[in-house]
Design a binder for this molecule. Sequence first.
Ligand SMILES: [Zn+2]
Length: 263
Amino acid sequence: MRKFRIGEMTWSEFAEWLEKVNSIVLIPIGSLEQHGPHLPMDTDAYDAEYVCNEVAKRLLNDVWPLVAPTINYGVSMHHMDFPGTVTLSPKTLIDMLVDICGSLIKHGVKRILIINGHGGNTPSIQVACQIIKYRHPEVFIGTDLMGLAKSVKEKIFESKEHDIHAGESETSTSLANREKLVKVKEIEKTSKKPFKPELLEIGRIPSGDRIDYYAINVKQISELGYMGYPWKADKKKGEKMLKAYIENLAIFIRKLCKSQTQL
Ligand SMILES: [Zn+2]
């Protein structure tokens, strides 16, 4: 069977893949940060890696993507009031990504997609992508955080707002991909210590428009660390969500790798 995890390959196997295939390398990235009283701290990293592995298996005898080792830490400064959370500074993450992608590109990799499990990483990943593209215009470098399943997500989940952290969708996907680590009894308790959605609405004016961004500190908004409605979570919803995302990601990767257009 073909290998798809770079860490499990020998250098000569990787060299052969480069010479004969050279389709795309996926880099999963997550975080080590509090996920409320009910989800494990490595949820984002686990989910990103899970999705990459499933997509790679699906396309193994097709375009044959490879999966790089997961970056298990991220930018989590807004969660640092909760014990166990570890944060990188944005600069460290940018440098790491530029170094990792730069190494892959030096060996001849032409396409890299960073699969991100944590919103706090997004600005740094985007900056890294800009730097890499500036240095290597011939390379495709991009990132996604469930963007390819936005419309499906809206259909599956009840929460139309504030499903930000360890809420309905994330709890559902955790129930779907590693139920044993979800503390179901703690979910019931979350509803008794609600977060403060009004603090997420400060940026909004009566017309419904809102400013693009303001920084938050999670502890000020939620004593238990979650933002959203975890008690609405459901394993079936999570399975549907993961299935749809993996399918859409596979469609995109296939399209990108088969395309003759250079971006
Ligand atoms: Zn998360």
